[in-house]
Design a protein around this ligand. Sequence first.
Ligand code: TYM
Length: 333
Amino acid sequence: AQRILTGIKPSGTPHLGNYAGAIRPAVEASRRADAESFYFLADYHALISTTDPVRVQRSTLEIAATWLAAGLDADRVWFYRQSDIPEIPELTWLLTCVAGKGLLNRAHAYKAAVDKNNADGEDPDAGVNMGLFMYPVLMAADILMFKAHSVPVGRDQIQHIEMARDIAARFNHLYGEHFVLPEAAIDEAVATLPGLDGRKMSKSYDNVIPLFAKPAELKKLVFSILTDSRLPGEPKETEGSALFQLYQAFASADETEAMRTAFAEGIAWGEAKQAVFEYIERAVAPMRERYEALIAQPAQIEQKLLEGAEKARAIATPFLADLRHAVGLRRLD
Ligand code: TYM
C-alpha cells in the first residue's frame, strides 16, 4: 500500500491555502484504494509559535472539524493529534542525536529569523526558541514514525521533507534500514496559494482568507485582493495575478481556460472578483455547513481523535521498541 501522511499546525484558523495546498489533495489521495493515510494535528509544533493555551485548543478543534468537513473518513484513515502519541517526542530525541546542527542551521524558518535579527542589528538568535530550531526534527519524527512514502504539502514544506529524508538516511546508515525515505507530493497549481496582498497566504503575513468565512465576509475579502490599475477593456496579466491563481485553485481546467481568455480580453477587475468569490463559495458552502454542525459537537471530535490515537499507537509503540533496541537502549515492550 502507498502510505500518505500530512499534518497541520493548530495555531490559528484554517485558511484557503491550507485547504488547497494540503487538505484537499490529502482527502482525495485517501480515497484511493491502495492508500493508507495518516492525517494529524501537529499541536506540538503549534507550541513553537504560540504560548496561548486557549488558542491551541480552539485551533485544534477547528482544524479537526475542517478535516472531517472536507470529507475525511476517520474510520478509513489514521486521524489523530500528534501530542496523543508520546512515541513521537521520544523518536524526536533519537533523531536529534543523528541530525547535524549544520543541517538545521540551514532551515528556512530559522534562517529567516536569524537574517531578520541581523538586519535589525539584534543578537542573531534573539527571540528564537529551541523549538523553532528543532522544528524539522520533530517533523521528521512525525513522518518517519509511520513510514510514509508520500507527504502532500504546499511548497513551503518541501525543505522540511528533504531534511526528514536526510535524517532518515543517516539513521538507516548507522543502525540499519528502519525508515522509509519520504517524498513531498506537490500540486503545482496550488503549491503556493497567494493571499490578499499577493504574497503566500500565511497567518504570519496577516493576509489570509479563512476557509469558513461567512459569505459576506468572504466576498469582502475577495474584493480586497490586490490588483493593478488596468481599466475594464484593457488586457490583464494572468501571470503573477493572485486573483487568477485563486480562481484556478477552485475552478475546473475548462473554467480556468475561459478565465484566461477573459483576462486577455480585458475583463473588469470587479467582474473577475465576483467570479472568484462565486467559485470559492461554490466549493466551500457545503463544507461550511458540515463544519458548523461538527464544531458544535466537540465531544464527538474528541472521541474520533482518541480512537485515531489508539490506532496510531498500535503502530508507533512496537516500532519505537525496535528503534530503541537498534540504538542500544532497553527494548520497551
Ligand atoms: P502549516 O500548518 O503551516 O500548513 C499546513 C499545510 O498547508 C500548506 N499551506 C499552503 N499551501 C499552499 N499555499 C499556501 N499559501 C499555504 N499555506 C500553508 C502547508 O504547506 C502545509 O502543507 N510543518 C507543517 C505541519 C507539519 C507537517 C508534519 C506536515 C508538522 N508535521 C509532517 C507534513 C508532515 C506546518 O506548519 O504546516
